[in-house]
Design a protein around this ligand. Structure first.
Ligand code: ADP
Length: 267
């Protein structure tokens, strides 16, 4: 019989550079089946960490990138019409709960509130999912775990997770790794030498100091890796930084000048 989870298995070890006790904490949450919220800015490694943990724990991973048009049916499932009539199709959350996968809801706050409320019964002791349209009360598989990511920097009063949602999760804070570790990550992921990686990380640190002084968020590890990959591909470092770091993070001319100056200090 075909393994329905086959497509969701993480077969190769994703590269993860441990930065604290995150692996121990996540493993303990998994053992206790406590839902996990990964908090932190975009591009700091949350998604990579879940991929790594899914591999380490040997569990399949179902990832959903949440957006504001997403409805509860998109997560839970719906009836589809086909040549033979109507047929129920599990949504990704239902699929993961039924078969025992880790379900990662990326940027869950983007989804409408009625959608986030739909996960509540799965995140308390009941561990059930009512499929109202289908008339089924699905009991989650023992190996099901829900993980969400959340960027506290972006939240406004209009768009925030309800307290009643937040309190269902054990939370892990993610920030930028220390400079030496971040340089190691950039060198590994972009394939650049240690010296180049170190310089990129210095530029990243400068940009992060501008947070709140004209930048909503500093340059992320992901952006530093992009710059590194451009350099590795033969683009001159200044042009690479301009494209991957400066122009993508701000349209403000003064801010661009400030960032360009930081780039010129190092390259
Ligand atoms: P997020 O989900 O927080 O937006 P990602 O997981 O996509 O961010 O991280 C962006 C990139 O940063 C990853 O693809 C990975 O290359 C790198 N990265 C960040 N932190 C680490 C780490 N600790 N170990 C390995 N790679 C990392």
């Amino acid at each position: 019989m075909k393994d329905v989870l086959e497509d969701f298995r993480v077969s190769e070890a994703p590269y993860w550079r441990e930065t604290g006790d995150e692996i121990t904490l996540f493993t303990a949450a998994w053992d206790a089946r406590i839902p996990v919220m990964l908090k932190g800015p975009t591009g700091c490694g949350k998604t990579r960490f879940v991929e790594y943990m899914a591999w380490k724990l040997g569990r399949p991973l179902v990832t959903v990138a949440c957006n504001e048009d997403m409805t509860a049916s998109d997560l839970i499932g719906r009836y589809l019409l086909d040549a033979n009539g109507t047929r129920w199709q599990d949504g990704p959350l239902t699929f993961a709960a039924r078969h025992g996968a880790i379900c990662y809801l990326d940027e869950v706050v983007e989804a409408r509130q009625d959608t986030t409320v739909a996960i509540h019964p799965l995140t308390d002791d009941r561990r059930v999912l009512p499929l109202e349209k289908k008339g089924e009360l699905l009991k989650a598989h023992d190996d099901f775990l829900i993980v969400i990511s959340y960027n506290p920097g972006y939240q406004s009063l209009m768009k925030d997770l309800k307290q009643s949602t937040k309190q269902r999760f054990g939370a892990m804070d993610f920030t930028w790794p220390g400079p030496d570790v971040e340089a190691e990550i950039v060198a590994h992921e972009a394939g650049v030498d240690a010296d180049t990686a170190q310089k990129l990380v210095e530029i990243g640190a400068r940009s992060r100091n501008l947070k709140g002084h004209g930048l909503d968020e500093g340059v992320s590890t992901r952006m530093l890796i992009h710059a590194g990959r451009l350099i590795k591909g033969g683009i001159a470092p200044k042009a690479a930084c301009s494209m991957a770091l400066v122009h993508s993070i701000t349209d403000d001319p003064d801010m661009r000048d400030a960032l360009d100056a930081a780039v010129s200090t190092w390259f």
